[in-house]
Write a protein that binds this ligand. Structure first.
Ligand SMILES: [Zn+2]
Length: 68
């Protein structure tokens, strides 16, 4: 079981597992965003396909037919 602690004062806020959790620390008032990373058994291919994109055509070139 995982312990979810405040990122500011390290107070124990909750116990258990959460994929995505937003919890406010009652002690210092910090709003903590807890995100548990996915297990490494996820497909490692996902990041590989993003590499295929050249990365220059995405936002660098404005649409050519604007105002003409
Ligand atoms: Zn705190």
């Amino acid at each position: 079981m995982e312990e979810i602690r405040c990122g500011s004062c390290a107070k124990l806020l909750a116990r258990g597992t959460a994929e995505l959790l937003e919890i406010k620390c009652p002690r210092c008032g910090t709003l903590n965003h807890v995100r548990v990373a996915n297990p490494p058994s996820e497909r490692p291919r996902a990041s590989d396909s993003t590499r295929d994109v050249h990365g220059q055509d995405r936002w660098g070139t404005p649409p050519p037919q604007l105002g003409r």
